[in-house]
Design a protein around this ligand. Structure first.
Ligand SMILES: Nc1ncnc2c1ncn2[C@@H]1O[C@H](COP(=O)(O)OP(=O)(O)O)[C@@H](O)[C@H]1O
Ligand SMILES: [Mg+2]
Length: 430
């Protein structure tokens, strides 16, 4: 198989790293890729906001399969255009991707199919209506922009002033463009979050290992939200009973519902869950694999990802079985100083070889550039240092051992990734 991976972050490096191990894969491209991905795949430039450019690239390379990492090309309809031209692709159609692209659509969909989620206060098209609605909500309240806002379109707050200021930024100042044209407000749920990601061909479902992301920039879940500062995977995150409940009450109804509404879903589908005292409830859908969830996920993956993805695109996922290495895996993101605010790039990264030499460690690159034998930072999230081990404690220790060997000016990372997983053996809600 010749495979093209679209995207250029840590998630794509993780996917490429795993695909490269498959004996079925004879050629791997990644577009645009990054400095680290270039070790494992041929990187080619492409604008992932330009569907025409991605088609032109695929028509030139003629891959047997294309795998889309980020949500934006999917929401723009890249999968439809590939399918129209007979190019096999892993990723949902534009209509199916609306499950992530519009939080208003997703909310209505959850309600239509009786899938547990936070109670909705309302959907607002004008700032005036949104400000007015604040008089009638319970606090804390959750304010969500309808469209894609690069992870900055949600606020959970107990303060009416903060809610008002956020609505102003979204709807009046249009800080996130069209994404903030409409907002919804919903009940704030309490519990622990879980990323439950599956592969589906529209009918069959292959659940992937459970993971947990760490969104806030500082230790103790303090500071602003980021794209993700780390994630871990362990079977302890999810009991078999809870997994059954998630599949029966959430995953199957969602995949059936999408098909029934004429939006059959094919690809990675990410269920962002809150494990509440009243059972698992949906926070949001993502129409793709998670980043940084992909990194600890592939570290435990013990089956042929290329075969599973080909079966996803080809509608034969039923014949694939997943297998996972026992134990746990941890990914710690090393970011540029100042991220998620302003940061500098172009800092030389040292110690990569020493870190990669630690047994069971993989250093996935998110924002790096290669120049000769050296690597330089080129983004907010720079590296996803990942380790797998027989248990969570060893995975954490190994991962931070590797992190400690890497240096670049201004490097920041959380020192408590997965630490909460050690103090409880089972997730809430089971
Ligand atoms: N109803 C809710 N109750 C409590 N927290 C929420 C709720 N909805 C979202 N959140 C919090 O906000 C974060 C971001 O919201 P999410 O819906 O995942 O949007 P996005 O990932 O697009 O920014 C979630 O990971 C969660 O921590
Ligand atoms: Mg989210």
């Amino acid at each position: 198989m010749k495979i093209l991976v679209i995207g250029g972050g840590g998630r794509e490096h993780a996917l490429v790293w795993k695909l490269r191990q498959s004996p079925r894969v004879e050629k791997l491209w990644c577009a645009p890729g990054n400095g680290g991905i270039a070790q494992d795949a041929e990187c080619l430039p492409v604008d992932t906001k330009d569907v025409g450019a991605m088609i032109a690239l695929a028509e030139r390379l003629k891959p047997d399969l294309t795998v889309v990492g980020p949500e934006q090309p999917l929401v723009l309809g890249v999968a439809d255009e590939f399918s129209r031209r007979g190019l096999a692709i892993v990723g949902p159609s534009k209509q199916a991707a609306e499950i992530e692209g519009s939080k208003v659509f997703a909310k209505g969909f959850l309600e239509r199919h009786n899938i547990p989620t936070a109670a909705l206060y309302g959907v607002y098209d004008s700032p005036g209506d949104a400000y007015g609605a604040l008089c009638a909500v319970d606090w804390p309240v959750v304010v969500k922009a309808d469209g894609l806002c690069a992870g900055k379109g949600v606020l959970v707050t107990a303060s009416p002033d903060e809610a008002t200021a956020f609505i102003e930024r979204l709807m009046e100042k249009r800080e996130f463009g069209e994404g903030g044209e409409r907002v919804l407000m919903e009940e704030a749920l309490e519990g622990e979050e879980l990323s439950f990601i599956v592969l589906t061909d529209g009918q069959e479902i292959l659940p992937l290992a459970p993971t947990r992301d760490h969104k806030r920039v500082f230790d103790g879940n303090l500071g602003p939200n980021t794209g993700g500062m780390g994630a871990y995977s362990s079977d302890e995150l999810l009991s078999p009973e809870l997994e059954r409940r998630i599949l029966e009450s959430i995953v199957r109804p969602a995949i059936r519902g999408l098909a029934a509404e004429g939006r059959p879903y094919r690809g990675f589908l990410y269920f962002g869950l809150m494990l509440t005292a009243g059972g698992p409830k949906m926070l949001e859908f993502n129409c793709r694999m998670g980043d940084p969830e992909a990194q600890p996920m592939v570290a435990r993956m013990d089956f042929d990802l290329a075969e599973a993805l080909a079966a996803t695109a080809g509608g034969s996922l039923g014949r694939i079985n997943s297998r996972w290495k026992q134990g746990a895996s941890v990914c710690v993101v090393m970011a540029s100083g100042g991220y998620p605010g302003d940061f500098q790039t172009g800092k030389r990264i040292e110690g990569l070889a020493e870190a990669s030499a630690v047994p069971w460690v993989m250093v996935f690159h998110a924002g790096t550039r290669r120049e000769g034998a050296n690597y330089y930072t080129s983004g907010g999230r720079v590296l996803g240092v990942t380790a797998a081990a027989p248990d969570l404690e060893a995975a954490i220790r190994t991962c931070y051992d590797a992190v400690g060997r890497i240096r670049f000016e201004g490097a920041q990372f959380r020192s408590d990734i997965a630490a909460a997983g050690l103090t409880r053996t089972r997730a809430a809600g089971d």
